[in-house]
Each structure stands twice: as C-alpha cells, then as structure tokens.
Write a new protein. Structure first.
Length: 220
C-alpha cells in the first residue's frame, strides 16, 4: 500500500471556508490482483470511486479540519497488491500517513473485515456463521458468503452504530440482523487489536525519531 498526502491552500469556491476539505483518491495498480489478472486501468472505475468516497468519509471524521481554513488535504492511496481487506488496509495506512505527515487527528480510524463463509457441513454452520473470519484474505473474501468491512471512528462502541462505516459485499447473500450484531461486536474487537498494534508502532517510531513533545501532544 502506497500513500501520498499533501496539504495546499485553495481558492474561494463558495463553500464553507472556515474548515479545510479532504480530497481522497483510491486506486489499484494494474498488477495488484492476486488472481494474476491485470486491471485495465488503475483508477476511475466504479469500485475505485466508491472506495475513494468511503475513504474520504473516514478521513474527514478524524482530521481537525477547523485548523486548516481555506486549505485542501489531498490523500492518494494506491494498492500495490490486493490480498483481501484492501479498503480497511487503505484506511489504516492513510491514518498512519496522516500522523507521519504531522496532520493533527482526533483519534485513529481503524478498519477490519469479518467474513461469513458458508460451511458445507450443517453441523458447524451455525458456529461458523456466529464467529466469522477476521481480517479476511483474498480467497476468503471470494468464497460464498458475506464480507463486512468496518471502520471504527472516534467514539465508536459495540452498543450502537455511531462512529462506524460499514461496507458489505457478497454475491447477493442475506445477512440476518442478529448475525450482524454478533459480527459487529466481533469485528470491533478486531479493530481494537489492530489499534493496539498501530499505536505501539507509532509510539516506537516517535521515540526513535526523538520527538517526545510531539508524542505526548498527539497521542495523550
């Protein structure tokens, strides 16, 4: 995953000038598909446009845009290898890139996937559907079932849908509400585990870069 971030002034466009705006562009390299096929074009297709919009919503929720009036923050994400969970991976990578670029954020935006894989064994079907597979890879996402990509934003919790971005994909399978609630609780635990890993990596990086003052202001 390759991420590029730029912060630049923008002219008056008639929009609210008291806060900055976020522009996101998600793309996939033509050689990125795990199936060995090549994409016809890296960006501009429907999936890339949807991913760009979803990524924008996540980044707008965590960036302190009020301190960037009349400014535009551009975030370019390119997936170099698609091995599953690419949207959630792009959210995690963009969050780390914002921290590295010195863009103040409210908290992490953490993405994680959970996949329901239809088990041919009727004995284990209910157990499999109740658990799901966290952080699914490409083969697991392509299996018959439903994949939920969940992005946990600041103030997210397992008791409500506030602060969550949920993206569902599958071959027309239905998902019962009771299964959704169970999967949501499970994937939020996965998000918490990923946040712990990312937070440790950020703290270690800032310590190695000898930035203790920025470290305490940004993360504490």
């Amino acid at each position: 995953m390759e991420v590029l971030i730029s912060n630049r002034p923008r002219g008056s466009t008639g929009r609210n000038t008291t806060k900055g705006i976020v522009n996101c562009q998600y793309s996939m390299a033509v050689f990125s598909l795990s199936s060995g096929e090549r994409k016809r074009k890296p960006r501009g297709d429907r999936k890339s446009q949807e991913r760009s919009l979803q990524l924008k919503h996540a980044m707008e929720a965590i960036i302190h845009l009020e301190i960037y009036p009349r400014s535009q923050i551009d975030i370019y994400v390119e997936a170099l290898q698609v091995d599953g969970s690419e949207y959630c991976t792009s959210v995690n990578a963009a969050t780390l890139a914002l921290i590295d670029a010195g863009i103040p954020i409210k908290n992490y935006a953490i993405g994680c996937t959970v996949t329901l894989i239809n088990n041919p064994s009727s004995e284990d079907e209910d157990n499999t559907l109740g658990r799901g597979v966290l952080d699914a890879n490409y083969l697991e996402e392509c299996a018959p079932g439903v994949t939920l990509s969940v992005v946990a934003l600041p103030n997210s919790d397992s008791k409500s849908k506030d602060g969550l971005i949920v993206v569902a994909q599958g071959a027309g399978q239905r998902l019962h509400l009771s299964q959704f609630e169970s999967l949501k609780a499970r994937v939020l635990y996965g998000c918490q585990d990923i946040k712990t890993i990312l937070d440790h990596a950020v703290r270690q990086y800032l310590t190695e870069q000898s930035l203790p003052s920025l470290f305490h202001v940004a993360l504490n």
